[in-house]
Design a protein around this ligand. Structure first.
Ligand code: TLP
Length: 344
């Protein structure tokens, strides 16, 4: 029998574990559009508390969480300052412009990290000619930056720079729990400084669906209205929220394993002469590797050899470690890449 491929395309590919499926099957539910699903409410309360914010809203995806935040915080014509590789700019299908008529103002960070000087420079003054700068979006961990963790003090400085320029601050914390585990400080260290924060459960935490957007009570009330407008009002969503609660209880601390596996994978990749990996850039569960061949063309060859990865540039691959791949699988992944590059 053929062995299953090793899937390192993303941590979104994880499947719910038997324990998670049991929790989902047993979830108490109600109609959440009426605010009557006890499991959704429990999840929202728990995440708000964990992030040090007042209230929270269960949403179908990280993208919707980010976009609701932008929708609540901005008006058409206003500017959103965010990093070039950030998910809301790079991967959300132009939604900032398409949905809200806001204008992205792009800053190029270092591995996704912005300095206070860059943030100040990107904010506009009060001038009738210029767009009004309204919102700063930061991302932790930063996906295209390499799974980068914002040092809490550096994050605090960036937020302070935004505040002094009169900006609201949203955090895309799709992988904020990876940052929590990697830095050894609670997720609230970052989130409580923001006006709104999104966290995702369908990435390394292993839930099938679900993100939570948190902020003040007034912010969440507005986000709830916009969620309905976008068709994100879910009914007996407690079945999904139960998976997220289970993930909070059982899958956060184990993210450390994914981080160790990513480091082991990176070390093994670095032994391949043709591959370039910056080991010190592997801070969480992601490995970005440079290959000397056309990366998009390499992807189907790797797939045929039993390894699924994504190309993220002409010569760049992204490999993501997660709940469903163990250390031997990660090491085998490096061996498959080596064999493929050596034409074996
Ligand atoms: N990221 C996905 C792809 O969309 C690129 C991945 O495989 O990494 N914020 C960040 C930082 C993300 O990485 C993602 C998903 C999202 C938001 C969006 O989450 P979903 O997919 O739930 O809309």
């Amino acid at each position: 029998m053929a062995t299953a491929p090793i899937d390192l395309r993303s941590d979104t590919v994880t499947r719910p574990t038997p324990g998670m499926r049991r929790a989902m099957a047993e979830a108490e539910v109600g109609d959440d559009v009426y605010g009557e699903d006890p499991t959704v409410r429990a999840l929202e309360a728990r995440v708000a508390e964990r992030l040090g914010l007042e209230a929270a809203l269960f949403v179908p995806s990280g993208t919707q969480g980010n976009q609701l935040a932008i929708g609540v915080h901005t008006r058409p014509g206003e500017e959103v300052i965010l990093e070039e590789g950030s998910h809301p700019f790079h991967y959300e299908n132009g939604a900032i412009a398409a949905l809200w008529g806001a204008q992205p103002r792009i800053v190029v960070g270092q591995r996704g990290i912005l300095t206070p000087v860059q943030i100040q420079a990107a904010s506009r003054g009060n001038d009738d000619h210029l767009p009004r700068s309204r919102l700063l979006i930061l991302e932790n961990t930063h996906n295209r930056g390499g799974g980068t963790v914002w040092k809490p003090s550096v994050f605090g400085d960036a937020v302070a720079a935004g505040r002094s320029a009169g900006l609201l601050v949203h955090l895309d914390g799709a992988r904020l729990f990876n940052a929590e585990v990697a830095a050894g400080v609670p997720a609230s260290t970052w989130a409580r400084l923001t006006d709104s924060t999104t966290v995702c459960f369908s990435k390394g935490l292993g839930a099938p669906v679900g993100s939570v957007l948190a902020g003040s009570k007034a912010f969440v009330a507005e986000a709830r209205r916009l969620r309905k407008r976008l068709g994100g009002g879910m009914r007996q969503a407690g079945i999904l929220a139960a998976a997220c609660l289970y993930a909070l209880d059982h899958h956060v601390a184990r993210l450390a394993e994914d981080h160790e596996n990513a480091r082991a994978l990176a070390r093994r990749l670095a032994e391949i002469p043709a591959v370039r990996v910056e080991l010190d850039r592997v801070e969480t569960n992601m490995v970005y590797a440079e290959v000397p061949v056309d990366a998009p063309a390499l992807v189907p060859r790797l797939r045929a050899a039993g390894l699924l990865v994504n190309s993220v540039g002409p010569h760049a691959l992204r490999l993501v470690c997660h709940l469903d791949v163990d250390r031997p699988a990660c090491e085998r992944a490096a061996d498959i890449l080596r064999a493929s590059l050596e034409g074996k």
